[in-house]
Design a protein. Structure first.
Length: 379
């Protein structure tokens, strides 16, 4: 029997401080230019959340239980609209379920457009498969109805129960209705401010990027057209409101070289490391080795020599002999990061068959030593 005591992973990180060695001595990779529209959006351009409360019918006995008062009241309310007076206490059905309906209204939409909706169960329904949503008004944050949703629900899963056995796939209490809502009140995003200016907001606030955006806009459309307000917002003066669409289209096509913070993201749960290819590190030397210590127990059975005289008080005895085994790899991993990028370091560690979790530990040790010139984000 082998009892594993521990596995010692030794990471020795030496930061070599060389006189006169500075970051400027290493060439920095050129940034890739991207379109301005991929760096952010104009202020006022946003989606609108809609929500509604509805009733799903047509379920094959998988709806809310008969003890759910909300479901019985909802059924009674629906029947009352058709002049059918039924008390909620008299309703006994498991073919219906109360649900919440959500949808996203685009920044620009007109009456008659269709949008997708999501239907989620609020009660104790086992499955919404095969159900149909009755007409449900969808309201915005101002409590106004902007769309009406209805239609057959696509669940993409199931749940069946019989004699205590359950078979389930995905989440059958959540479904989708593609193009299930019709827009009743159109909306139009107002990106132009009262002062006649556009405000472009960066998705990742950065002073250098904001300055580059303003410089690119001024170079293409004339000086004093754009002015960076802060690290996130750039104000752009509109010369002609009648041609606003063409003006915005010209701005969105401008190529910008964004500047941002160097980051290395590691996820210890999944063993994932994500880093930019040019994230810099100082010159480091890493020694990596494995040492495994185990206790090996050999059990042997000692029996009496004269088997015929095994009477009372004579029996077999088990003797345990233990020893310590130390297993160490013949070679130890040695890595010298000379190109000063995280990508090169990880490639070198991979060549000596270092697993991902050990790489994460090495990156944390390098950060603690002050050699990693990036933000280390551990998830």
């Amino acid at each position: 029997m082998r009892i594993l005591i521990r596995k010692l992973c030794i990471f020795t990180v030496f930061v070599l401080h060389v006189a006169g060695a500075v970051a400027s001595s290493v060439p920095v990779a050129d940034s890739e230019s991207v379109r301005l529209k991929d760096l952010g959006k104009f202020a006022g351009w946003r989606d609108n959340a809609l929500v509604g409360y509805g009733l799903v019918t047509g379920l094959a006995g998988t709806g809310d239980s008969t003890g759910n008062k909300a479901t019985r009241q909802a059924i009674a309310n629906v029947l009352a609209q058709f002049d059918v007076a039924v008390s909620p206490d008299d309703i006994v059905s498991r073919n219906a379920a109360v649900v919440m309906v959500t949808a996203t209204l685009p920044p620009v939409s007109t009456q008659g457009d269709t949008i997708d909706v999501t239907v989620t169960s609020m009660g104790d329904a086992r499955s919404l498969a095969g159900g149909s949503l009755l007409v449900t008004p969808l309201k915005g944050a101002n409590n106004k109805v902007y769309a009406l949703a209805e239609g057959a629900i696509s669940v993409g899963g199931y749940k069946y129960e019989l004699n205590g056995n359950t078979s389930q796939k995905n989440h059958p209490t959540v479904g989708e209705i593609p193009s299930g809502a019709s827009v009743e009140i159109g909306v139009k995003a107002d990106v132009l401010g009262v002062d006649g200016k556009l405000t472009f907001t960066l998705s990742d606030a950065d002073f250098t990027t904001a300055s580059r955006v303003a410089a690119a806009v001024n170079a293409a459309l004339g000086e004093s057209t754009a002015h960076p307000r802060d690290a996130e917002s750039i104000d752009i003066q509109v010369p002609d409101r009648d041609h606003l669409v063409d003006f915005i289209a010209r701005i969105e096509k401008l190529n910008i070289e964004p500047d941002g913070h160097a980051r290395v993201v590691v996820n210890e749960r999944t063993g994932t490391v994500v880093s930019g290819g040019d994230v810099r590190i100082a010159k480091v030397v890493i020694s990596h080795g494995d040492l495994k210590i185990s206790i090996v127990t050999d059990n042997s059975v000692l029996r009496p020599i004269l088997v015929s005289h095994t009477g009372s008080g004579m029996h077999a005895e088990t003797i345990a002999n233990s020893r310590v085994d130390v297993i160490e790899k013949d070679e130890s991993g040695y890595v010298s990061a000379s190109n000063n990028t995280v990508a090169d370091l990880i490639q070198s560690l991979t060549r000596i068959k270092t697993n991902t979790r050990d790489i994460i530990s090495i990156l944390r040790a390098i950060k603690a030593a002050g050699a990693l010139h990036a933000d280390l984000i551990v998830q």
